[in-house]
Design a protein around this ligand. Structure first.
Ligand code: GLY
Length: 396
């Protein structure tokens, strides 16, 4: 992979990280000032042409992103007002830890809210919630298959006996963390097994990912690879590939297993090799409507955050530099007037796509784009100060 002169010049313009973190804080303050006090009060998306957030409650898979953003703002600004707000919204999700394992999304919901909260405050009640939730997520693991059942609700609805989606890779972090912070060693083994099985079954020979893999619960064998949110069964759905880049990078951080590091690079390279010039992917790399298809800024945010971490692990200095520069260039584009919301609405970013086949959240502002954008800015800030990009959770 070579960098063109134009690209090199673009990446070398240093991103104003603190300026953009302050932009996020200003937008979040507008949201906070208008948010309902109770009921459905967790921001999820602002549809194209609308100005108000659509709010959800703690049961929605996106419920953890708003509290997570508030924790990140506390971390980035040290302003106690964000801590107070983060604590209040985090506590709304507490009932989730009392349910039996209902969906892999428990990881997104609990780790972004209570996980970040515990990391920044050491509050033992947060820790108890995270540990209970990890045990709950682990009940969805099928040892015959070697993966977590991602969507129990789709077993009957879609006729997918054991289904695993690539997004599920992110939620292994909850298991790794719990296994190192008072939970069972079994949680670590489940996470490793899930990642290994996914590595074997979820990818085509060119390292592009299926969205969903359906398994036989009795034999444990793979039945088929298909899509749910992508353009076609064999297409590269942008956010799915982003989850893979992020997930295998995180698995390397947590295990030190070089097969995960090598795999993270393979899945990153095929994504990077097919990006449009501004480095923000169309929602699916194989949509025949490209270049008139919608973009997915959320995939770019997830990828930028992942590449910043990956750049710190890769031994080949040239390759590490390319990952870092690509991530910075993605953040440059995301931080430009073409992608930042400013007066259009109170989100951080425009132009994400949630579920194109269902016709929902197309070219919209979506809360998880904002979450990973802010995470990437904080990671870049750490790198610029000579620290590791990823967060070290306290082990106690
Ligand atoms: N985890 C669901 C999505 O990426 O849309």
């Amino acid at each position: 992979m070579l960098l063109s002169d134009g690209f090199r010049a673009h990446a070398q313009k240093s991103l104003q990280v603190l300026f953009n973190i302050n932009y996020c804080a200003a937008q979040a303050q507008k949201t906070l000032s208008n948010i309902p006090a109770s009921g459905n009060n967790l921001p999820r998306n602002i549809d194209k042409g609308k100005t108000d957030w659509r709010y959800v409650n703690y049961k929605d898979w996106c419920s953890g992103f708003w509290p997570g953003i508030l924790w990140y703002l506390y971390e980035g600004t040290h302003d106690e007002k964000w801590k107070t707000a983060a604590d209040s919204f985090t506590k709304e999700l507490q009932p989730l830890s009392e349910h039996s394992g209902f969906d892999h999304d428990l990881g997104f919901m609990i780790f972004n809210s209570f996980g970040n909260g515990y990391r920044l405050t050491g509050n033992p009640e947060y820790k108890r919630v995270v540990l209970r939730s990890a045990d709950s997520l682990a009940t969805l693991f099928n040892p015959k298959v070697g993966t977590i059942l991602s969507w129990p609700s789709m077993v009957k609805k879609m006729g997918w006996p054991h289904n695993t989606i690539i997004d599920n890779m992110i939620n292994l972090e909850l298991l790794f963390w719990a296994s190192k912070n008072g939970g069972s060693r079994h949680l670590y083994d489940i996470a490793v097994k899930h990642a290994e099985t996914t590595m074997r079954n979820h990818f085509r020979p060119d390292y592009t990912s299926y969205h969903v893999v359906v398994y036989d619960t009795i034999t444990g064998k793979k039945i088929k690879g298909i899509t749910h949110q992508g353009y076609a069964d064999n297409s590269m759905w942008a956010r799915g590939q982003s989850w893979a880049i992020y997930g295998f990078t995180m698995c390397y951080r947590e295990t030190g297993k070089t097969e995960f590091l090598n795999f993270a690079q393979k899945v990153a390279d095929v994504y990077l090799g097919r990006l449009p010039a501004d480095l923000i992917p169309f929602w699916d790399f194989d949509d025949p409507a490209i270049p008139n298809a919608p973009k997915d800024a959320s995939a770019a945010c997830v990828t930028a955050s992942a590449l910043l971490e990956l750049s710190g692990f890769v031994k080949d200095k040239h390759k590490a530099q390319i990952y870092r520069q690509k991530a910075e260039a993605m953040l440059q584009t995301l931080s430009s007037p073409a992608y930042q919301s400013h007066q259009v609405n109170n989100a951080f970013l425009l132009h994400s796509t949630g579920h194109h086949p269902a016709g929902t959240e197309i070219d919209a502002s979506i809360i998880y784009a904002d979450y990973y954008y802010l995470e990437a800015l904080l990671r870049l800030d750490k790198l610029q100060h000579g620290k590791a990009a990823h967060y070290q959770h306290k082990s106690n």
